[in-house]
Ligand binder design. Structure first.
Ligand SMILES: Cc1cc2nc3c(=O)[nH]c(=O)nc-3n(C[C@H](O)[C@H](O)[C@H](O)COP(=O)(O)OP(=O)(O)OC[C@H]3O[C@@H](n4cnc5c(N)ncnc54)[C@H](O)[C@@H]3O)c2cc1C
Length: 396
């Protein structure tokens, strides 16, 4: 039986609402405090939710949100810049397909689901400091207001304030050598029939798919050795970025040049630098704990950040259901850290292939077709995709 009755969840992205729903299932009343005034203000990009993320939502009877807004992604086709198929990765047998969602729609759908369950999501509340007196935590927000609860969960993303409040020396995000862009383009060629094509281009990496209605979606990871903040990236006009992206894919023999070439500058999403957090030493202190990207941000290359956030939310709630806070947080960290750090490391390895320089690229193009024959098999993804949390089992 839980000792914790109330929780503050700082951050209303993906981990925030899912944590609040999971805590509710564990008998803990949570309120979500989100910094922005609206859900998913100006946030773009496609996300794939893997079967393990869906399984976490299933524990909460919330997986339907994915099906309400998502499109199934049945395969990933890896290609070289020549168009040659390096590997085709279907969903491992016995598991549901990944679901492709728009980030803003996922935020909105999770927010609606939490609200329908009576969970309050309060907007315009940016956590700036906290006070933990050993039996309760008080959060202070930028607007001068406060909230108090038995525990505080920091679900405030890769640039988490909570992370630095519990550990002033906490690491900052690490730049992965790539800048991220994306767009939706109407009137594209033939449907890719649920397959996402991932192209190791000559000078940049591109993922694309074409929906059955002809809408094409693409993202590009453009190598750049010097880091650039999102604000710096957005200070460059969109048509200038598009010109650079077109020249990066000039001569590649895939659909990428066509999709990028037909993108209107107004539709270009400048998403920001590719970043991760290889390891966060402190996941909890006193009555405060981290979840989602605040604790374990993996680069987008893993396609797992949102799914891991959902898993961690459920595991944290299960531990708090069965154990007093200190033991619950320690057990949660012990159950989660090896898995999330393994996935973060795998994502970082993919980044280095995407950011290969001219010499490394030649080696990559020679080695990859051979390596892919043995490595790129659906069953090799099973350890990531088939993971499930046994909610009924007691956490110990
Ligand atoms: C370009 C890109 C593509 C990606 N693709 C995929 C993918 O295909 N599949 C996948 O699984 N993952 C993907 N990811 C990763 C995924 O988006 C993250 O792992 C996921 O959003 C983490 O959820 P979160 O709730 O922890 O953080 P976030 O979604 O970042 O939410 C954090 C929330 O906290 C709020 N906040 C911040 N500071 C404060 C504060 N001080 N007080 C209160 N609120 C605050 C923010 O406004 C935000 O709403 C991608 C990421 C990027 C950048």
């Amino acid at each position: 039986m839980t000792e914790v009755c109330t929780a503050i969840v700082a951050g209303g992205g993906i981990a925030g609402p899912v944590t609040a729903m999971a805590l509710q299932r564990a008998g803990i009343a949570a309120t979500v405090y989100e910094a922005y005034h609206d859900t998913a203000d100006g946030i773009g990009a496609m996300l794939s939710i893997a079967p393990n993320g869906r399984a976490a939502l299933d524990v909460l009877d919330a997986a339907h949100v994915l099906y309400d807004i998502g499109t199934p992604m049945s395969a990933m086709v890896l290609r070289s810049w020549t168009g040659k198929v390096l590997a085709e990765l279907g969903t491992p047998p016995g598991l549901p397909d990944q679901q492709l969602v728009q980030r803003a729609e996922l935020y909105r759908a999770l927010y609606d689901e939490a609200a329908a369950r009576g969970i309050a999501v309060v907007h315009g509340k940016r956590l700036v400091s906290l006070a933990d007196n050993g039996s309760a935590v008080t959060a202070r927000f930028a607007d001068g207001t406060e909230a108090t609860a038995d525990i505080l969960v920091g679900a405030d993303g890769i640039r988490s304030t909570t992370r630095t409040l519990i550990d002033a020396g906490a690491p900052a995000p690490r730049y992965g050598g790539l800048l991220n862009f994306g767009a939706l383009v109407p009137g594209a060629a033939e449907s890719t029939r649920g397959a996402m094509h991932m192209v190791f281009g000559k000078r940049a990496f591109c993922g694309y798919l074409v929906y059955d209605d002809g809408l094409g979606g693409w993202f590009v990871n453009l190598p750049r050795s010097e880091p650039m903040t999102l604000a710096e990236q957005r200070a460059v006009p969109n048509d200038e970025w598009l010109a650079r992206l077109r020249s990066a894919f000039a001569g590649d023999r895939t659909l990428a040049p066509d999709l990028i070439g037909r993108t209107d500058p107004d539709d270009l999403l400048v998403v920001g630098p590719v970043e991760d957090l290889p390891t966060v030493p402190t996941w909890h202190r006193g009555r405060v704990v981290l979840v989602g990207d605040a604790a374990h941000a993996t680069s987008p290359s893993s396609g797992q950040g949102a799914s891991l956030a959902m898993e961690s939310a459920v595991q944290l709630a299960r531990c708090l259901r069965d154990l007093p806070p200190q033991r619950a947080f320690a057990t949660y960290e012990r159950l989660r850290r090896p898995r999330v750090e393994r996935i973060i490391a795998a994502g970082a390895r993919t980044n280095s292939n995407k950011a290969a320089g001219p010499v490394a690229r030649v080696i990559r193009d020679l080695v990859m077709p051979v390596a892919m024959r043995s490595l790129a098999k659906p069953e090799k993804l099973a350890w990531q995709f088939a993971y499930q949390i046994d909610w009924a089992a007691t956490a110990a």
